[in-house]
Design a protein around this ligand. Structure first.
Ligand code: NAP
Ligand code: G4F
Length: 361
């Protein structure tokens, strides 16, 4: 039986990867950190599985990282998915983000060298956020298209992205300098029903689910509500604006014009595993090749529940603007398609509807 260690097992991707590895008959060692609430909700159905074991540790604590690896030096695969992964939060907590998202990766790599874990394969969760404001341009006969691939230069635009770039280059250095089998997946945004509630996609679908449930309890037709209150209050309401019990806060969002290449998280975790099955370690872009704005996401999400005028329910709040923004992401994953045989299985529209349906239930 192969053993895999997952740092970040309680996150969106950690839970999908655990599903996949247990299905493939792996023994999975998941690293969880001590916090004051239970963080295992995404893997709660797996906790009884005899092939899953949780170890307590924190990626910023080199001592705990080396102890975990020492106890599991026979691991065939080590996945580093742990991160402070919210870009906006990284502007408010840059040092913490650096310690977790940047230095945490180094703690694992150095422990692997110190323990001479040359037989173990390592995966680093790199990010399309590393491209920042940069893209390449493909010039066709009649049009031009912008994209990012493995050769596009990184111009990071956030403390998160800078920390991810450092971890990415460390991953490459430990491959070339120490002969470790280290691969990095440059993953574009990937979402699904397990996505954290403060990322834009889930924030939207969660709001829709909550609003529809609220309308149902109040006996209001969702499309009948009206905007009410002062500009600052910004509620939608059924029938009357005066009755506070019939007011529901609007969905407050930041930049609606950003383009993202959004895929389904389950598909992307399969690509992580595929990378570590290759004899040669390497870096791969994982994406859908399609890009959409936040506005397009809103349009499909709201219309999937029969609400065709999404702008009635949304207010733009500068609180959600970032000091620097990544305007355009659209990946080219030709290398992963060719070398790994990987392809995304879910379309953008499927993904949006899957998330809305899940939040309605
Ligand atoms: P996520 O849901 O935010 O999960 C992050 C995980 O890291 C959680 O398990 C979290 O544990 C853990 N963690 C945070 N700080 C830690 C620490 N000090 N020590 C140990 N564990 C710690 O992120 P995700 O969406 O699953 O993404 C997985 C990885 O891929 C992340 O590295 C992210 O930056 C990267 N990535 C994500 C995307 C995307 O679109 N989802 C795209 C590119 C790259 P708690 O549960 O205790 O908080
Ligand atoms: O959902 P987001 O917060 O994702 P973002 O910043 O693209 O980062 C995610 O994808 C990266 C891969 O490129 C990962 F590395 C990273 O860990 C994370 O998973 O924001 C998407 C877009 C941004 O342009 C943001 O400004 O949506 C815009 N946005 C508009 N209103 C909002 C909001 N984002 C959030 N989180 N909340 C809003 O209210």
């Amino acid at each position: 039986m192969k053993k895999a260690i997952i740092f970040g097992i309680t996150g969106q991707d950690g839970s999908h990867l655990t599903d996949l590895l247990l299905e493939k008959d792996y023994e999975v060692i998941g690293v969880t950190r001590r916090v004051s609430v239970d963080t295992t909700s995404r893997i709660s159905t797996l906790l009884e599985n005899k092939n899953l074991k949780l170890e307590s540790g924190d990626i910023t604590d080199a001592h705990s990282v080396i102890n975990i690896l020492k106890n599991h030096q026979d691991a065939a695969e080590v996945y580093n998915l742990a991160a402070q992964s919210h870009v906006a939060v990284s502007f408010k907590q840059p040092a913490l983000t650096w310690d977790i998202t940047g230095k945490g990766c180094l703690n694992i790599l150095q422990a692997m060298v110190d323990l001479d874990m040359k037989k173990s394969r390592f995966y680093q969760a790199s990010s399309s956020e590393m491209y920042g404001k940069n893209y390449d341009v493909e010039v066709g006969m009649t049009s031009e298209s912008k994209y990012q691939d493995e050769d596009t230069k990184f111009i990071p635009q956030s403390p998160y992205a800078i920390a991810k770039c450092a971890a990415h280059y460390m991953t490459r250095l430990y491959r070339e300098g120490y002969g470790l089998h280290t691969s990095a997946g440059i993953l574009f945004n990937h979402e699904g029903p397990r996505r954290g509630e403060n990322f834009v996609t889930r924030k939207i679908t969660k709001w829709i689910g909550d609003y529809i449930k609220w309308c149902n309890t109040k006996g209001i037709m969702p499309e009948d509500s009206i905007a009410c209150g002062t500009e600052e209050e910004l509620y939608v309401a059924g029938r009357t604006s005066r009755d506070q019990d019939l007011q529901f806060p609007k969905l407050r969002l930041g930049n609606l014009d950003a383009y993202r290449d959004w895929g389904y998280a389950g598909d992307y975790c399969e690509a992580m595993w595929m990378m570590l099955q290759q004899d040669q370690p390497d870096d791969y872009v994982i994406c859908t090749g399609e890009t959409h704005t936040v506005r397009e996401f809103l349009q499909i999400a709201f219309s999937s529940v029969g609400l065709n005028k999404w702008d009635k329910f949304v207010t733009v709040d500068p609180e959600f603007y970032r000091p620097a923004e990544v305007d355009y992401l659209r990946g080219d994953c030709s290398k992963a398609k060719e070398k790994l045989g990987w392809n995304p299985k879910h379309s953008f529209e499927d993904l949006v509807k899957m998330m809305v349906m899940s939040d309605l239930s």
